[in-house]
Design a protein around this ligand. Structure first.
Ligand code: PLP
Length: 407
């Protein structure tokens, strides 16, 4: 009989969001009339602007005609979309042929695992988007989970806490091969400024470590001294792979379109080209992004599309500001929410994330995300996302005021 993949068996418990869902179901089974509101899962809520959906609809209609039919597209993405990203997203600092269009950042995170040998060592910002650690476990980069010192054996965690202004101790990453960073960070909301990013790039070049930089929330950056791409930093093209996505930019979480930059300047230890291997992987296990989604993405990079991105991200950022202000006034210690659609907060240093999750669920009927699900350094915190309609946010805030203003 077929053997179970031993690496899957090493994954600890269920993935964060299914566990939240399980607890939510259990609560609803006992209280069927409850009106839960979610500040939890990071899915977007605002509709995609109609000029973009119309573009996708027209292209889709065309597929039903001989003239408008298209089969497989170029495996690395349509030329027009790659060129538009080069100009409008990367302001010409990245050439179109270094940009690879995908079905989203998460599938690219998984495919990136195949780019590096099983023995390559990783260091990862802690807390960070769980897909990086989980796909590393699936790839066999760990011996298993260590309950005594929470974390996977063989993965180097770089704690990012208020105490170090969420900036990792890079010395800990010495001797590893890949340095995984998410900025603006999910869940903490920390976005590295120019000086911090230059320090990271200089370190990576000196130590010959490749940076995997997830910039999925770059469209939320408003601070002038905070780069939207790591490639704004000198030397980064020799040091980093960057990924991004239209998901949180313009509500494409369900449409699916992302992009990853693998600069031609990057090389493996033996001098061979990283980009060439990436092309080989993409050709082997991906037949190109959806052409319908790509048409929508291209429209999102037109002048009115870029205005719509600004408007949509402004809306979520305003939510983040409202939430942050309220939680501070209710006595929580609150971070993020400035260049990111996430609020990261705790009440006391000794509290457990899941206890706080349960308190929000049972006393305010609000779903939040326990910080411990994002890595050991996340324990004690909860994450609230700003992807909620304003009306629901106001209801959530009233419930929180009722709960905490009295205690
Ligand atoms: N990267 C980060 C940091 C994320 O938070 C998410 C989604 O929540 C993703 C990647 C996944 O993006 P996509 O929808 O493009 O797969």
């Amino acid at each position: 009989m077929v053997k179970r993949n031993a690496n899957i068996a090493k994954l600890k418990g269920s993935y964060l969001f299914p566990e939240i869902e399980r607890r939510k179901r259990a609560y609803l089974d006992n209280k069927k009339d409850s009106k839960l509101l979610s500040l939890g899962i990071g899915d977007t809520t605002l509709p995609i602007p109609s000029f973009i959906t119309k573009e996708m609809a027209a292209f889709s209609e065309g597929l039903g005609t001989f003239e408008g039919y298209h089969g497989y597209g170029p495996p690395f993405g349509g030329e027009a979309l790659r060129a538009a990203l080069s100009v409008h997203h990367y302001q010409n600092i990245i050439p179109a042929d270094d940009i690879f269009i995908s079905d989203g950042a998460k599938p690219d995170i998984f495919r990136l695992q195949a780019l590096f040998g099983q023995d390559s060592l990783i260091s990862v910002q802690d807390p960070a988007y769980p897909a990086f650690v989980d796909t590393s476990v699936l790839q066999g980069r760990t011996l298993g989970f260590n309950e005594d010192k929470p974390g996977y054996e063989g993965i180097t965690y770089l704690p990012c806490k208020p105490e170090n202004d969420f900036f990792p101790d890079l010395d800990k990453a010495k001797g590893t091969d890949l340095l995984i960073l998410v900025s603006p960070n999910n869940p903490t909301g920390k976005a590295f400024n120019r000086k911090e990013l230059q320090t990271i790039v200089d370190f990576a070049l000196k130590e010959k470590i490749l940076i995997i930089y997830d910039a999925a929330y770059s469209s939320y950056i408003r601070s002038k001294d905070t780069p939207k791409s790591i490639y704004e930093i000198e030397g980064a093209r020799e040091a980093a792979i960057e990924m991004n996505s239209f998901s949180k930019m313009i509500g494409f979480t369900g449409v699916r379109c992302g992009f990853t930059v693998v600069p031609k300047e990057l090389h493996f230890e033996d001098g061979s080209s990283i980009k060439k291997d990436w092309e080989r992987i993409i050709s082997t296990c991906f037949n190109g992004a959806s052409n319908i989604a790509s048409m929508g993405a291209l429209r999102a990079l037109s002048p009115d599309g870029l205005r719509a991105i600004k408007k949509m991200t402004d809306y979520y950022l305003e939510n983040a500001h409202l939430l942050k202000k309220e939680m501070i006034s209710l006595g929580f210690e609150v971070y993020g929410g400035e260049n990111a659609p996430f609020i990261w907060m705790r009440r006391g240093k000794k509290e457990d994330s899941w206890d706080l999750f349960n308190e929000f669920l049972t006393k305010a009927e609000l779903i939040v995300t326990p910080g411990s699900g994002f890595g050991p350094a996340g324990n004690g915190f909860i994450r609230c996302s700003a992807f909620i309609e304003r009306e629901s946010l106001h209801q959530a805030l009233s419930r929180l005021k009722r709960l905490y203003a009295l205690t």
